[in-house]
Design a protein around this ligand. Structure first.
Ligand code: ADP
Ligand code: SF4
Ligand code: MG
Length: 363
């Protein structure tokens, strides 16, 4: 059963100029026609470079940002059509946790008061004692001592603060949690602990997640399904195992090639695709395929003029590339000096001396 369904969702931010910022001179196409489905009790991983629209999409689902067009169906209800009070009630069931939980925690508020606030606003918990009991239960679930209640955000480590962020969402008994870069600010060893915790909580509470990350490695193990975003649109989507075993979109392959593998032999032979140039501005996205300015397989005419649709190539594996089949079977070859190479076998071409950016550049 699907819990969340996005249907051609667009979020365009007006770009204003003029003395009074009263003249709209264009639009940032932050999210530009995303359709996807999140199954109840499952995890949907959303990946892509910084600036491709992931956070905006998450905020749009919660209606923290207005959508320009399209529909967001949560448990069968069109959220955009809900009047204020109904949306407020729906919001309890939809929570978001952030990369930096400190940023969303008031430094002067102790943990108990921070967690109680949301419960009180939604009329949850039976009086003060009931709320406290509920909060203690949740703290235990997220692996924090009960003594944490009277302490303040700055007294905790990064990993503990993220646990507090999770607890704050959990006390509201949500059905869906959007986790926006939940471990990006944490040390690698702590990242695994927090991801494991999210998985345990999903198993015991039946939660549904959307996990947003700029790093494919982060969403790999936790996700059932993964969507890859580029400049406001999905370019590929598949079940997690399929996507990692058979990435079909050139952008996905580039992202994948930036993830080191632990086996040294495989690591030496790993395909490396350096994406040259910056992400184009979402205020003036390239015509045709949005990825054509950086795609090593770009073909004449069609890539520059015709935007490829996300198309099912079998078994729910969706790809937005005119040449996905030809690239997979080798009949469509890389066309430029940006061609991927296996580092050990092929000496780097001379162009490699000029600055080429790694694919992932998030802070
Ligand atoms: N409130 C806003 N007004 C104008 N532009 C915005 C706003 N929020 C985000 N953007 C722009 O939308 C694009 C997508 O941003 P974001 O959703 O934060 O990407 P991501 O989370 O993938 O890094 C970026 O170009 C960003 O600058
Ligand atoms: S449509 Fe063309 S430019 Fe776009 S990803 Fe496919 S080959 Fe590359
Ligand atoms: Mg973001």
């Amino acid at each position: 059963m699907s819990l969340l369904e996005l249907d051609d969702v667009k979020v365009h931010f007006p770009v204003r100029r003029g003395l009074l910022f009263d003249r709209v001179v264009g639009y940032v196409h932050a999210v530009d026609g995303v359709s996807l489905t999140v199954e109840a009790g499952r995890t949907y991983g959303l990946v892509g470079e910084s600036g491709c629209g992931k956070t905006t999409l998450g905020r749009a689902v919660l209606r923290l940002t207005d959508i320009t067009s399209g529909r967001v169906l949560f448990d069968g209800t069109d959220l955009a059509a809900l009047p204020g009070e109904a949306m407020r009630r729906a919001r309890r069931r939809l929570q978001m946790i952030f990369q930096d939980p400190l940023g969303s925690l008031d430094p002067r508020q102790n943990i108990e008061s921070a967690l109680t606030e949301g419960m009180a606003a939604h009329g949850l918990g039976d009086g003060r004692a009931g709320r406290r009991a509920r909060i203690r239960d949740v703290l235990e679930r997220v692996g924090l001592p009960a003594g944490a209640l009277s302490r303040y955000p700055h007294e905790f480590s990064g990993g503990q603060r993220q646990r507090i962020g999770i607890a704050r969402a959990l006390v509201l008994e949500p059905d869906l949690i959007i986790c926006d870069e939940p471990v990006s600010a944490l040390d690698v060893s702590v990242q695994a602990q927090v991801l494991n915790l999210l998985e345990e909580l999903q198993d015991s509470l039946g939660l549904t997640y959307v996990v947003i990350a700029h790093d494919l490695a982060v969403v790999r193990h936790i996700s059932d399904r993964v969507g890859v975003m580029y400049l406001g649109g999905l370019v590929e989507e598949a079940d997690s195992d399929t996507l990692y075993a058979e990435p079909r979109h050139p952008y996905t392959r580039a992202l994948m090639s930036a993830v080191p593998v632990p086996d040294p032999d495989l690591e030496d032979n790993r395909e490396r695709i350096l994406l040259r140039g910056d992400l184009p501005s979402p205020a003036s996205p390239p015509a045709g395929c949005r990825f054509h300015t950086r795609c090593p397989w770009r073909q004449p005419e069609r890539c520059d003029t015709e935007r490829p649709e996300l198309t099912d190539i079998g078994g729910g594996h969706r790809v937005a590339c005119h040449y996905a089949a030809g690239i997979a079977d080798g009949t469509v070859r890389p066309t430029t000096e940006l061609a991927p190479r296996v580092l050990r076998d092929v000496p780097p071409p001379r162009e490699a001396a000029e600055p080429a950016r790694e694919t992932m550049t998030d802070g």
